[in-house]
Write a protein that binds this ligand. Structure first.
Ligand code: BTX
Length: 327
């Protein structure tokens, strides 16, 4: 009910919506509406009310509210089914559980904080309460497992485009899964998948975006490589608006992938790359070696040139790519 009332207030925008209309649309009593308006106010929503005119939403707190995210996204599927936790171990774990129980394509899990936020290869993800977006989307692409890595790049492209749109910052992609602002990591992406012999059953795409941390909010050992949108722009951003923009970008790019193939994603990542042209350190099972990142292949794999001038393809997931000078 809270969600439905909030949605009506958001849809009314700058106009008043009468208590009577809310009652009619939702089939509830005036007293019930009043009770929810009161609870929303207690949670920091500023709602004007005037006799005979009705209610109007004036301002919102920076809570993770499903109605705000859905409204900001304006999507068909991505970020429409939503679960929010105040605290959980990892949104990827919660989303995997939901996926196994039949969560639809685009289902989204968010948390104000994570007690066991996960990075790749057993690493952790620092999840300062209320200061970042910690979210995981369930995707159900109708294709085989070998094609799944493109979804990580697609998500990185969606985050990069959303940050450029909402925060007006350049947000290039460190192939294949980090988004960088001014040379530091503002977002990391962790994809996990369940597949059978033929097809992907689901992919859980975990996205962590640093929004409102100050530098002292990061543990000392990552201060040289981590940053937040607040640190880089000096501005605060509503996390729900940002989550909505990421969902919108994701849906647009996902639809395009399904109808027209990988071309647009690879092209976006090529044009917004923090990796191409850089000296990189490839960390493989056989050892480490230096190379220069020169291009992305048509399928999104990284093409590097080794010190002997030979070109080769790097498949994401098989190696770790590091810039020589840092992240
Ligand atoms: P990654 O392995 O590329 O990056 C993890 C590394 O990044 C850590 O070892 C640390 O050095 C650094 N790091 C840790 N926390 C942060 C941070 N907040 N900002 C910048 N750098 C950091 C990248 O893994 C994938 C991260 C995905 C996180 C999301 S959050 C929602 C979802 N749930 C979950 O458990 N993980 C994903």
């Amino acid at each position: 009910m809270r969600d439905a009332i909030l949605t009506l207030l958001l849809e009314a925008g700058e106009k008043d919506i009468s208590g009577e209309k809310i009652c009619e649309q939702l089939g509830v009593t005036r007293a019930a509406v009043w009770k929810h308006i009161k609870a929303l106010r207690e949670d920091g929503f500023e709602i004007a009310s005037a006799t005979r005119r009705g209610y109007r939403l004036l301002s919102m707190p920076d809570h993770l509210e499903p109605a705000l995210i859905r409204h900001a996204a304006g999507t068909r599927e991505m970020g429409q089914a939503i679960q929010v936790y105040d605290s959980c171990d990892s949104t990827n774990l919660r989303a995997k559980e939901w996926a196994a129980q039949g969560a639809p394509n685009g289902a989204l899990v968010l948390a104000e904080t994570q007690t066991a936020g996960r990075g790749r290869l057993g690493r952790g993800w620092n999840s300062a309460k209320g200061q970042g977006l910690f979210m995981s989307v369930v995707l159900r692409p109708p294709f085989e497992a070998q094609r799944a890595p493109i979804l990580t790049m697609l998500s990185a492209a969606a985050v990069s485009a959303a940050l450029e749109e909402v925060c007006k910052v350049q947000a290039p992609i460190k192939w294949p899964n980090d988004v960088i602002v001014n040379g530091k990591k503002v977002c990391g992406i962790l994809a996990e998948m369940s597949a059978d012999m033929d097809n992907v059953q689901w992919v859980v795409m975990g996205i962590g975006i640093n929004v409102a941390q100050g530098i002292e909010d990061f543990p000392e050992e990552i201060r040289d490589k981590a940053t937040s949108l607040l640190i880089e722009t000096g501005r605060s951003f509503q996390r729900c608006a940002l989550a909505g923009a990421v969902m919108r970008q994701l849906e647009q790019r996902y639809d395009q992938l399904m109808t027209a193939g990988v071309g647009a994603v690879v092209d976006y990542c090529r044009r917004h790359s923090a990796t191409l042209g850089q000296e990189v350190l490839l960390v493989t099972r056989e050892g480490k070696y230096k190379a220069r990142a020169v291009d992305l292949a048509e399928d999104g794999e990284l093409i590097v040139e080794n010190e002997q001038g030979q070109r080769e393809k790097v498949v994401s997931g098989e190696v770790s790519v590091r810039g020589i000078l840092g992240y």
